[in-house]
Design a protein around this ligand. Structure first.
Ligand code: GLC
Length: 650
């Protein structure tokens, strides 16, 4: 409903910024005015009753306007182009890679020289792992930020980052970075002031004079790093208080019930937007709202805050998409796309962590049924929002799908997870994998898995044994895993090193700042002599790199692979085979993956059951044409074979 006071508030902010609402800034004025009621409603849901609430709302409008004022003409133009391209980020032309700048190539300047390597592979979006200042020995890989605006000198300077962004933009590449929203380093200036007793900054965190409230919180809050940082509070002796620190003890949780915290962090988001960030990865959004008596994860107000951020970004920097890094249960992940009138208006992207884990499940068991059971939930993703599809990232692999998905096919969930842990740590008899358990919690028996893609697929052991056949099998598994994520729908996010078959890097054990966290085993230091072998015919590096490159090329050529929420899973005619069809206009692509170490047969009926009556299929990957046979005849797939088949009339 029209709100006169709000209209005047917008006009006042506009006038104060000396903007011209009837010419150059008209588009922005329209965006602000039309979105202001929603922004206000969302804001009031969280801060409506806060004593400083209304004053801070004015500050919020000013922050949005200021962000627009600061936005360069180039970025404003890009905003318009992106908005005019329907869902620019769901395109099949995009493929990303996550990398640590220092471990990949030393610093930001060197990265400019490595862009060609990435473009050659087919990667045109880079997720640069946290770049902003973070204490060297207490950094959590950069996720403990002590200054949100200062690039850590290990990587270079802000100017270097801007220069890189411009070089990337000129090469039609996209930039993704993180905003670590949930916490700061205990060395951040806010934390320092809080530690020194400044009440204003103590209110930026959850600080308590005694254990009374912390003890109540602990009753229902799970532990994230039970081995290395047990509990959710740490005692700050200088202040004589307890502070909430859900992740490591040196990461203090921000108090978003304080509107000053929200505005300060929103301003940091805008600062990143105006560097030219195309996709902003919101780190750990599930944790940003805390409430006694709950797990303090995925709470409704966390969603309200994300929606509020989305609306504000939509007004000031509409070309920047938001990725919510919610690695939670399947149904809870779906909530990050927004619901009701906010459907597809919260996070533009979420990680398809469920599918990722289920591919690891299928690879270990050779059985795709659990993966199949999860799909009805995953398919509820609203059109216009998309997945990040991936086989692994810098974090551990959590088997976070629901027990009922395992039980529905007749397995015991506890035993099943136990088997997967044993399989990937190599403890299960005959397992080719070499990984490790991460954050094993003896109280609950829960554990996650560390290890590089290649090592988990058996390449490390195969190389050690000098076993050619095992090497071939592990490469086939690596490609099977990658291929499924490339054709599933969403933005594929490769992880650096995987394109060249990096096995686990155990050097972290010699570094006291890392040895307590075995996720570092899959965060390799890149050796460019090794990466050079990606261009030497027949090397392992070349076999993987050139296959990944070919898969990404194929992905770009097949229009049906863009994410139009156009995925239909094929019924599980064979439990070892995962298969789905992607269709757009006249193009029909069947993607078929055999997760078994044995040959698998798939009835031709599987290809017809959705009414597709193609006499022939052309496998773009295998470069083979198949004649579609009768229903009692079969397509035969070799162990771990996959095919990307297009329906053809002849
Ligand atoms: C995210 C990051 C992870 C980090 C955590 C705390 O989950 O991916 O690496 O430890 O947030 O910031």
């Amino acid at each position: 409903m029209y709100n006169y006071t709000l209209h005047q508030q917008v006009n006042d902010v506009f006038a104060a910024a000396r903007l011209n609402k009837s010419s150059t800034d008209e588009l922005f004025y329209t965006r602000l005015l039309t979105n202001a009621p929603v922004i206000q409603a969302l804001y009031n849901e969280v801060y409506g009753t806060h004593e400083a609430g209304s004053g801070h709302f004015q500050l919020l409008l000013t922050a949005i306007t200021h962000a627009y004022v600061q936005r360069s003409a180039v970025l404003r133009r890009k905003d318009v182009i992106k908005q005019a391209t329907e869902h620019w980020f769901t395109s099949n032309q995009l493929a990303g890679m996550s990398l640590y700048v220092d471990r990949f190539c030393g610093n930001l300047n060197n990265l400019e020289e490595r862009l060609d390597y990435l473009l050659d592979l087919g990667v045109n979006l880079l997720h640069l792992m946290p770049l902003f200042e973070s204490p060297k020995n207490e950094s959590d890989g950069g996720y403990a930020v002590s200054d949100f605006r200062k690039v850590d000198e290990r990587f270079g300077t802000l100017e270097d980052l801007q220069a890189l962004q411009q070089k990337m933009e000129a090469g039609q590449m996209y930039l993704m970075i993180d905003i670590v929203l949930n916490h700061t380093s205990h060395q951040h200036e806010w934390a320092k002031k809080a530690r020194a007793g400044d009440a204003i900054y103590q209110d930026y965190y959850y600080m308590f004079a005694d254990r009374q409230v912390p003890d109540q919180f602990e009753k229902t809050m799970p532990e994230i790093f039970p081995e290395t940082s047990p509990g959710n509070f740490v005692y700050v002796s200088e202040a004589g208080k307890w502070v909430m620190s859900v992740f490591h003890h040196y990461q203090w949780d921000l108090n978003y019930s304080n509107p000053a915290v929200f505005i300060a962090m929103l301003e940091n988001i805008f600062f990143y937007a105006n560097i030219g960030v195309d996709v902003l990865r919101i780190d750990a959004p599930a944790f940003i709202w805390k409430q006694l008596g709950t797990t303090c994860q995925n709470l409704p107000k966390a969603h309200t805050l994300l929606r509020l951020i989305k609306q504000c970004v939509q007004v000031a920097a509409p070309g920047m998409a938001l990725l919510g890094e919610a690695i939670v249960a399947p149904a809870a992940i779906m909530e990050y796309f927004g619901s009701g009138i906010f459907s597809a208006k919260e996070c533009d992207f979420a990680y398809n962590a469920t599918q990722m884990a289920l591919q690891w499940d299928a690879l270990a068991t050779g059985d795709t049924r659990v993966m199949r059971v999860a799909q009805p939930i995953l398919q509820q993703k609203p059109a216009g929002a998309s997945w990040i599809t991936y086989v692994r990232c810098h974090d551990d692999i959590g088997l976070g799908y629901d027990d009922y998905m395992i039980e529905q096919i007749g397995f015991n969930a506890w035993q099943h997870r136990q088997f997967l842990n044993d399989y990937y740590t190599g403890a299960a008899p005959g397992s080719p994998a070499s990984g490790a358990l991460f954050s094993y919690n003896p109280k609950t028996g829960d554990a996650r898995i560390s290890g590089s893609l290649a090592s988990l697929c058996g390449l490390e052991k195969a190389l050690f044994a000098n076993d050619e056949q095992a090497i071939d099998t592990s490469i086939q598994k690596i490609l099977l895993m990658q291929a499924q994520t490339f054709f599933l729908g969403g933005l594929p996010m490769l992880y650096y090193g995987d394109e060249a078959g990096y096995t686990n890097d155990y050097s972290y054990l010699q570094d006291t700042a890392k040895s307590y966290d075995n996720r570092w085993m899959h965060r390799p230091l890149v050796d460019w002599e090794k990466n050079k072998r990606t261009t030497e015919k027949g090397t392992i590096e070349d076999r993987i790199f050139s296959a990944v490159k070919r898969l990404l090329t194929l992905r770009r050529q097949l229009d049906a692979i863009a994410d139009r929420s156009n995925i239909v899973w094929i019924a599980p005619h064979n439990i070892h085979v995962a298969a789905f069809v992607r269709r757009h206009n006249e193009q029909t692509i069947f993607c078929v993956f055999n997760y078994s170490d044995q040959p698998a047969m798939l009835t031709w009926y599987a290809f017809k059951e959705h009414g597709f009556m193609y006499p022939a299929l052309f496998d773009h990957w295998g470069n083979t044409t198949y004649t579609v046979g009768k229903d009692h005849e079969y397509l035969e797939l070799a162990p771990y074979q996959f095919c990307i088949c297009e329906g053809r009339e002849s």
